[in-house]
Design a binder for this molecule. Sequence first.
Ligand code: DQA
Length: 141
Amino acid sequence: MKILIINGPNLNLLGRREESIYGKKDFETYLSELKDKYIEDDITYYQSNHEGEIIDMLHNVGFGEVDAIVLNAGAYTHTSIAISDAIRAIKAPVIEVHISNVNAREDYRKVSYIAASCVGTIAGFGLDSYRLAIEAVKTKK
Ligand code: DQA
């Protein structure tokens, strides 16, 4: 399967950012482990700190370029009607992912503007949340 992982704002700092919440591993290291595990799949990765760039990427790949999108929209999860609309607009299924358990954190993190536009949500399993999302996508297929 062709699966694109999209990470939103501040997730380029994984491994250096609030390690007690997000862990010590950078995403590039994790991604190469993920690619080794899913050697038969085509896993690609995009990160942006900019809402419009995330929307552009969803538009660019969402009409046949990939089979599924694993999206950690970071803080845009809790604010972005525009990303939610983009997910609804495209054909590719989108899985919402969070490293931390957003429901066990501040109240504003308990609100997701994108959840209802996604096929499902995986949160709280650390970086393993991404692998679980891929498993979900592959099982659903
Ligand atoms: C996050 C949770 C968000 O609330 C936060 O803004 C992030 C990361 C997570 O993966 O746990 O940047 O999406």
